[in-house]
Write a protein that binds this ligand. Structure first.
Ligand code: PLZ
Length: 447
């Protein structure tokens, strides 16, 4: 099979030459059904040949507008030039030694850069891993050593991964947890601030007091090693907590010696128009988990945080064969350089402006859009029965399916499966973003 060249030089256009999925994709789907375990799903079985900028090109020659970024990963665009060149150079030099066996500069440099970029000017250190779930697991390990306690606090609607501990920390049963238990213990769940779904409007401080009350009564503050929270919920529905919720929780953690861990795996690395979503509320976490967007599509994850906490673990207590693989580190350095050079925080804010304006206008004509929310280029619409907060997952998936058929790759999320979310690459050209919004509007008004 030949490989097409991707990257930003691919024609930046929506182009449909077959139905979606086309005949070659359908052939590959047949092979897949015979070879790939059916527990592994795909949102749209269109097989990719190349990608870059704001498009994915499939094996039938269709060019789709990408509003997914591989779930908030290719923020710098697929095969971004700085990522490709640094990865190529690294692959030619060496592919792997294992940092625990024989170290190399790239790992150290990624840790240095993440210490600079994460909120707060205190002394920081980092450790590198492969996946988001692994970073969350390690943040908990570090918090347990730093505090000598074992309890883990999380919130309703949280998503933290698919490993045993992170399944326990994830809220939603289907599809993530069903039948996979028993789960790790000592995980305590508190109510989240979810402004659209509060029976009566409450402030962020009141929502935090409600969460704190549950944790104090049911777990006991002195038993908690950490509180792990996504500053903007990802899989849970792009929920932005009411202002004051996160700062109040962070302050309560500080008072009680609980490590405040911001899970910025989906919201971090320019996605929300800031390096980290916590910054929007001036919150300085003790530890931050980073993955996805950090390495432009190569598997890399990190825990970054207060040096004294990171150093609480005995020598040899953290690691893994591939964690901080040199190729993934080279990709991260290329991705971070691209974020800085192209000012992708500003790009995320511009995307937000365009999308909010268009989606608000659409909501006037299509009242099933109950709320438009999110931050930066992490935006979503919650789909409900008009005039109520009753979730309408069927309409959300009809919207998504309509977009797919017309060559726009969208995703859904949310506890009730009724949230249509948008995660465009931050290098999405304006004309493609406008065209994607035209398609969303056409689909919505045609339902
Ligand atoms: N924490 C906040 O968003 C991954 C999951 C997709 P991994 N989210 C996408 C799926 O259905 O598996 C995520 C996240 C937050 C942790 C994770 C886990 O990151 O790299 O998928 O392990």
């Amino acid at each position: 099979m030949t490989t097409e060249t991707g990257g930003p030089d691919l024609p930046q256009e929506r182009r449909l030459v077959t139905e979606v999925p086309g005949p070659r994709s359908r052939e590959l789907q047949e092979r897949r059904l015979a070879a790939v375990a059916s527990g592994v799903g795909s949102v749209l079985p269109v097989y990719v040949a190349a990608a870059g900028g704001g498009v994915l090109v499939d094996v039938d020659g269709n060019s789709l507008i990408d509003l997914a970024s591989g779930i908030a990963v290719t923020s710098v665009g697929n095969s971004a030039p700085e990522v490709v060149s640094r990865v190529t150079e690294q692959v030619q030099a060496f592919t792997h030694t294992c940092f625990m066996v024989a170290p190399y500069e790239g790992y150290v440099e990624v840790c240095e850069r993440l210490a600079q970029l994460t909120p707060g000017d205190h002394a920081k250190k980092a450790a590198l891993f492969n996946s988001g779930a692994e970073a969350v697991e390690n943040a908990v390990k570090i918090a347990r050593h730093a505090t000598g306690r074992t309890g883990v606090a999380v919130v309703d609607h949280a998503y933290h991964g698919r490993t045993n501990l992170t399944m326990a920390m994830t809220a939603k049963n289907m599809p993530y947890k069903d039948g996979f238990g028993p789960f790790a213990g000592d995980v305590h769940r508190a109510p989240m601030s979810y402004p659209f779904r509060e029976p009566v409007e409450i402030t962020g401080e009141q929502a935090a007091a409600r969460a704190i009350d549950v944790l104090e009564k049911q777990a006991g503050a002195d038993n908690l090693a950490c509180l792990v929270i996504e500053p903007v919920l990802g899989e849970g529905g792009f929920v932005v907590p009411a202002p004051g919720f996160l700062p109040t929780l962070a302050e309560w953690c500080r008072q009680h010696g609980i490590v405040f861990v911001a899970d910025e795996i989906q919201s971090g690395m320019c996605r929300t128009g800031a390096w980290f979503a916590c910054e929007h509320e001036g919150v300085v976490p003790d530890l931050v988990t980073v993955a996805k967007g950090v390495a432009g599509g190569m598997p890399l994850a990190a825990v970054v945080g207060r040096a004294e906490m990171m150093d609480a673990v005995h020598g040899g207590g953290l690691g893994g064969t591939y964690g901080g693989n040199p190729v993934a580190c080279a990709a991260a350095l290329g991705a971070i350089a691209t974020m800085e050079e192209l000012d992708l925080n500003a790009a995320a804010r511009r995307i937000e402006q365009t999308m909010r304006d268009r989606l608000s206008t659409l909501a006037e004509k299509f009242p099933a859009l109950g709320e438009i929310r999110g931050r930066g280029a992490m935006l979503a619409v919650e789909v409900v029965e008009p005039g109520t907060t009753t979730p309408d997952a069927a309409t959300a998936s009809a919207l998504s399916k309509g977009c797919h058929e017309r060559g726009v790759l969208t995703l859904t999320c949310g506890t009730y499966g009724n949230v249509l979310r948008f995660l465009p690459p931050l290098v999405m050209p304006d004309h493609l973003l406008d065209e994607a919004l035209d398609v969303i509007e056409e689909v919505a008004l045609g339902l």
